[in-house]
Design a protein around this ligand. Structure first.
Ligand code: SF4
Ligand code: SF4
Length: 166
């Protein structure tokens, strides 16, 4: 009796699995035309990192090293420096004067993104970084930093202009 129950249970499991297979067979197939057309990424795709700016155009990274500490591949290298009144780079006390990620070591785990207290580092969708020369795989801050739009105005300036009727 136990054997029959086992056989029926296995048959039910196979039927359930095959029903999923057959259902998928009836769905339209999705073909990516890459490299002839850009691939479609899900929002959560973890590509080359992007270093973000705040609404005033300042770098969000405050050079706290938490991302480097969280990185299991030890591939983030940071040098931090103090902001000054004349030269403010980030909104915090310090900023990253050097921020490198070695993509020959990065496993795109996202731990750095999770660890960052200011949402300064995120994953972008760039993935075409293969190279025969590993030195090109060390990305520097300038390569990852979000560029400022040509017509960018810091939020504080835009608000001041709005209040003066510009
Ligand atoms: S994604 Fe993972 S391996 Fe890559 S830099 Fe971030 S923490 Fe390190
Ligand atoms: S990216 Fe984030 S966690 Fe890493 S140093 Fe900058 S502020 Fe700190």
């Amino acid at each position: 009796m136990a054997l029959i129950t086992q056989i029926l249970s296995n048959a039910a499991a196979v039927a359930k699995g095959m029903s999923v297979t057959f259902k998928e067979m009836l769905q339209p197939s999705v073909t990516e035309d890459y490299p002839d057309a850009p691939p479609v990424f899900q929002e959560r795709y973890r590509g080359v990192h992007v270093l973000q700016r705040d609404e005033n155009g300042l770098e969000k990274c405050v050079g706290c090293f938490l991302c480097a500490a969280a990185c299991p591949s030890n591939c983030i290298y940071i040098e931090a420096a103090e902001n000054t009144e004349e030269g403010r780079i980030s909104g915090g006390e310090r900023y990253a004067s050097v921020y490198n990620i070695d993509y020959s070591r990065c496993i795109f785990c996202g731990y750095c993104v999770e660890a960052c207290p200011t949402d300064a580092i995120t994953h972008g969708h760039d993935f075409e970084i293969a190279s025969y020369n590993t030195s090109t795989l060390v990305y520097r801050k300038e390569q990852m930093l979000t560029p400022l739009p040509a017509d960018f105005k810091p939020l504080v300036v835009a608000e001041q202009e709005a209040s003066h009727g510009h």
